[in-house]
Design a protein. Structure first.
Length: 235
């Protein structure tokens, strides 16, 4: 039987600094609730806005698959493996922390905020060699449906994550467009922008999420202004 747990945008943990507005769907950093640490394999779903010319200084990660998806603006990435890139809307990025990596993330613009999602799942194998990948999926997004953005199941056209039991699906949906929500043991539906209705009749606005367990026959219909959604399917 499908279980649906709705989490509203205003109920998220928040971090507000002079250079950062961040909303955390799960426990993160100093924000800790032992009953809200993950949904399936998804451990972090941060919704970040970083001011022009600022960002996260160099810091370390280990044994985590980190996927970054820019909604607007430009995010510059540098890491200790020599990788460098500027991520813009339509570019998917994955960093495998593996045995250890250090990286920084800065707003590449001196005039405009950058707004992005950062999402973490654990790898299925610890201590792998650190790695980085980015891929332009803009053309696929224009199809209007859901596409695989990051996949441990080797979906064609998606960046690869080292977690065989997780896939990130994304879509930029026109007003009134309906998509079937992919099924798995745990499914996390997040409305990054816009709004829509999750059948059987739950309205989701910007920043809202639905945590589904064993979903069956669920779909999502974008509202009058369309919607940009990210959907994680995991074990």
């Amino acid at each position: 039987m499908t279980e649906i747990d709705i989490r509203r945008a205003d109920d998220r943990f928040t971090t507000k600094l002079d250079w950062l507005d961040s909303a955390h769907s799960f426990s993160f950093g100093p924000h800790h609730d032992p009953t809200n640490t993950h949904h399936g394999l998804l451990m972090v779903n941060n919704d970040d806005v970083v001011r022009p010319g600022t960002g996260f200084g160099t810091h370390a990660h280990r044994d985590m698959e980190i996927v970054t998806w820019v909604l607007s603006g430009e995010l510059e990435h540098r890491d200790s493996e020599g990788n460098h890139g500027v991520i813009t809307p339509g570019l998917a990025q994955r960093m495998s922390a593996g045995s250890g990596i250090r990286h920084s993330e800065h707003n590449a613009s001196s005039t405009t905020d950058v707004h992005f999602l950062q999402m973490w799942v654990p790898p299925d194998t610890a201590g792998i060699e650190p790695g980085y990948e980015h891929l332009d999926v803009s053309a696929e997004l224009r199809s209007g449906g859901l596409i695989p953005i990051a996949s441990g199941e080797r979906h064609e056209g998606a960046i690869t994550i080292h977690q065989r039991d997780a896939v990130l699906w994304g879509g930029r949906l026109a007003a009134g467009a309906t998509v079937d929500v992919p099924a798995d043991r745990h499914v996390h539906v997040f409305v990054a922008r816009g709004s829509g209705t999750l059948r059987p009749g739950t309205l989701l606005d910007t920043g809202d999420a639905a945590r589904l367990t064993d979903p069956d026959g669920i779909d999502f219909t974008a509202g009058s202004d369309g919607a940009e959604v990210s959907i994680w399917t995991t074990a």
